[in-house]
Design a protein around this ligand. Structure first.
Ligand SMILES: [Zn+2]
Length: 182
């Protein structure tokens, strides 16, 4: 977990009683107000991503916006409230790359991530799926994807990938394929 922009440095007042400088983080997962004693647990937000293999290589998107603007990412995004991860990944892939093939994604792995938005750190648990598709003709970058790039596994530069979770997941994926990126 990164400490920059952590909510403990951004939350100046207790949201329950309004007291200043009383809402104290325990260093792990919980805020407690020293004035009114109420507590608030920090939980990881759910997010989804996909490794999409194609004959041209693995599909990456280049990010259009901060955080990690202009860096490579796997397509995906946050899970909405009351949405399941399977629905979320299909919605995000449709929005981001016009991926319309429902029902073809297999669960792959999960990994934690740090996501700083508007100077506030959101800690996520990213849920990754995997699929292979032959036909990429209908895929187009939209929403927060600037472009789609297909990269052969042996040509992937881990340093060009923005987020720690996607870096880790791609390394694990390449390990399974016996492609050394260490
Ligand atoms: Zn309070």
């Amino acid at each position: 977990m990164q400490l920059e922009y952590h909510p403990k440095d951004e939350f100046k007042y207790c949201p329950f009683c309004g007291q200043q400088d009383s809402f104290i983080f325990d260093g792990k997962k919980k805020f407690k107000c020293s004035q009114c004693a109420r507590t608030f647990y920090m939980n990881a937000a759910s997010a989804v991503g996909a490794i999409i293999e194609t004959p041209k290589g693995i599909l990456f998107v280049r990010r259009k916006f901060e955080p990690k603007k202009d860096m490579l990412d796997l397509p995906g995004g946050f899970v909405d409230l009351n949405e399941n991860a399977e629905e979320a990944i299909l919605r995000e892939l449709k929005e981001e790359i016009n991926f319309l093939e429902s029902g073809k994604l297999d669960f792959f792995i999960t990994n934690p991530n740090d996501y700083v938005f508007n100077n506030l750190l959101y800690i996520t648990l990213d849920i990754f799926f995997h699929t292979y598709i032959e036909n990429t003709n209908d895929l187009i970058a939209s929403d927060d994807a600037l472009s789609i790039e297909y990269i052969k596994p042996s040509d992937i530069n881990i340093d060009e990938i923005g987020f720690i979770s996607a870096k880790t997941v791609i390394k694990i994926f390449l390990d399974k394929k016996n492609i050394d990126k260490s």
